[in-house]
Design a binder for this molecule. Sequence first.
Ligand code: C2E
Ligand code: MG
Ligand code: MG
Ligand code: MG
Length: 283
Amino acid sequence: QAKRAGRNTYRYYTGSMTEAAQYRLALDNRLRRALERNEFQLWYQPLYRLSDQRLVGLEALVRLDQPDLPPVGPAIFIPMLEETGQIIALGDWVTREACRQGRAWLDAGLDFGRIAINLSPVEARRGGTDERLRAALAASGLPPDRLELEITESGLMEQGEHAEGFLRSLQAQGVQLAIDDFGTGYSSLAYLKRFPVGKLKIDRSFINDLPGDANDAQLVSTMVTLGRSLGISVLAEGVESSEQLAFLTALGCEAAQGYLFSPPRPAAEAAAWLPRCDAPLPA
Ligand code: C2E
Ligand code: MG
Ligand code: MG
Ligand code: MG
């Protein structure tokens, strides 16, 4: 567009490009390079069951090291990759890398429960998720029931009537499905009942002000009850304090993740959290 509009537009881009636009351009180049060179990393955050505080899973969260630019997290760069369609390539890498890592841990006798990966709604909309997932599972040798796919409530709802079929095609492969950022996306109860999801992840905005905020306390209690009556496991995201943990445990919320337990850490450090597969269950 700049070229078609001629010299003046070009001057606009160079002469008065804001710092924000320059940063965006630099980041865009950085993302492109990182995809080509396989420079993204997966970090892992532990998921704990509250009844016995045992580790039941790990959420894989993508990270980008970039010594030459200010640090940037996925909340910034995932939307950029979604805009350019490069999220397909990243999602494919994330899926393969998580499956490879999971298999390597199992081979080393380490039990992570399940590894959860995040699926962008853009990936889901483009199609081919089913095939890419099948290929990644086959290539890695990770048992499908060791993998969980998280899709946000809003991402699911924007698929409308296709959502159920989409979820069923993934479920047919034996992977587990979770609704991420639950409570922020207006899903209908009728849908929830039909979807083959095994887990609701309560968005951390509802957890933040627990236990003091009476509204949030009521909402979270309702979500826990909803999960129980639908036979869907409920996990609280973003648990940062022992008061929040005590409140959620008393409610009967099944699982939690958050800085109180640990922030996401690189795979080598996450390995230290994992019990051995053959270890006897603690009393
Ligand atoms: P999400 O899937 O809801 O992931 C949870 C986010 O909350 C992570 O941020 C995690 O680091 C952060 N978090 C965990 N515990 C706490 C806590 O106690 N307090 C606070 N304040 N934050 C906590 P992160 O890693 O920056 O990721 C942000 C979002 O980016 C994710 O939200 C997810 O939507 C997206 N994302 C991350 N990795 C991927 C990926 O591989 N693929 C796709 N499509 N999206 C990803
Ligand atoms: Mg997630
Ligand atoms: Mg979430
Ligand atoms: Mg989120």
